[in-house]
Ligand binder design. Structure first.
Ligand code: F6P
Length: 325
């Protein structure tokens, strides 16, 4: 193995730069050349790439976003597009490719393996934490802290006015972010797909009224996972108001994707980026470098999207039974 490629794809996540750095430094120590493709798979198709040396990743570990840029690539949804990507990788003599991204990126890699002769290695990077085979994905810890910073501020104003707030967090179709942020913020309610596939406004209102009976007038925070209500938190707030309970909505949105990665994400990214290259050198293929119980471990890329990983049910039960008011 002489030349490897690296790219970041899908929703960017804080710590992706730290992962790129670890890939480049580890490859350099093993005398491998590293080609960085820009804008995810698009950079392969469009031949937008640069050779990455340790110089390029100097003092990169602390920065959010991704220096390689990111994108979703339409061409990867067609067999022709995938074949073209494989052809460019062969033409550029890329012996292996490290893909930093989420389950969409990994689905693309599995398609690519049908036509590409080199090795493929995933590194899980997404704020959603919705990837099987790793306890945490790179970016999740930072996104939780970013959400918390905002939610704590909302709590201050909610307390001052004794108001009810709906705070919508990201997470795509999963509730990892909602559960973590909701627990850590001491939210009175958490609404996420793992608790109920359909949202029940009567239940929400009952919950609020119970809390008001218990505590009198008080602030009350609901952390809502995106996709739980058509039109999101703003539409749900209107609906609750229509049913007689005044509340405010706050959608945290893309702020959760940005910012300096926290220490846990930098460390995870460094470990997984390094491990990915080491395992490629050992002959691994079509695997993801993940971390389970603090141990770096390989997991088949094809299984990363199986949605076997559970949210923390223990904490969720505790929140619902003990800390709801
Ligand atoms: O996958 C990361 C994520 O931020 C999700 O939480 C969210 O649903 C989605 O990406 C938003 O995508 P976009 O940036 O394309 O709006």
């Amino acid at each position: 193995m002489k030349r490897i490629g690296v790219l970041t794809s899908g929703g960017d996540a804080p710590g992706m730069n730290a992962a790129i750095r670890a890939v480049v430094l580890t490859a350099n120590a093993a005398e491998l050349e590293v080609v960085g493709f820009e804008y995810g798979y698009n950079g392969i198709l469009e031949r937008q790439y640069l050779t990455l040396t340790p110089y390029h990743v100097n003092h990169l570990i602390q920065h959010g976003g991704t220096v390689l840029k990111s994108a979703r690539c339409q061409a990867m949804f067609s067999d022709d597009g995938v074949k073209q990507v494989a052809a460019v990788l062969h033409e550029l003599a890329i012996d292996a490719l490290v893909l930093i991204g989420g389950d969409g990126t990994f689905r693309g890699a599995v398609q690519l393996s049908q036509h590409y002769q080199g090795a493929l290695m995933g590194v899980p990077g997404t704020i959603d934490n919705d990837v099987d085979g790793t306890d945490f994905t790179i970016g999740f810890h930072t996104a939780v802290d970013t959400a918390l910073d905002a939610i704590d501020k909302i709590r201050d104003t909610a307390d001052a006015f004794e108001r009810i707030f709906l705070v919508e967090v990201m997470g795509r179709h999963t509730g990892y972010l909602a559960v973590a942020a909701g627990i850590a913020a001491g939210a009175e309610q958490i609404i996420c797909p793992e608790l109920a596939s359909e949202l029940d406004t009567a239940k929400i209102l009952q919950h609020i009224r119970n809390a008001q009976q218990h505590r009198g007038r008080c602030s009350y925070l609901i952390v809502l996972a995106e996709t739980m209500y058509p039109g999101g938190a703003a539409a749900l707030a209107l609906e609750l108001e229509r049913q007689g309970v005044e509340c405010r909505a706050s959608v945290l949105g893309h702020i959760q994707r940005g910012g300096r990665p926290v220490g846990a994400d930098r460390i995870l990214a460094t470990k997984l980026g390094a491990y990915a290259v080491e395992q490629l050198l050992q002959g691994a293929h079509l695997m993801m470098a993940g971390e389970v119980n603090a141990q770096a471990t390989l997991y088949p890329l094809i299984k990363t999207g199986d949605k076997q990983k559970k949210v923390d049910q223990y904490l969720l039960n505790w929140q619902q039974q003990v800390a709801q008011y």
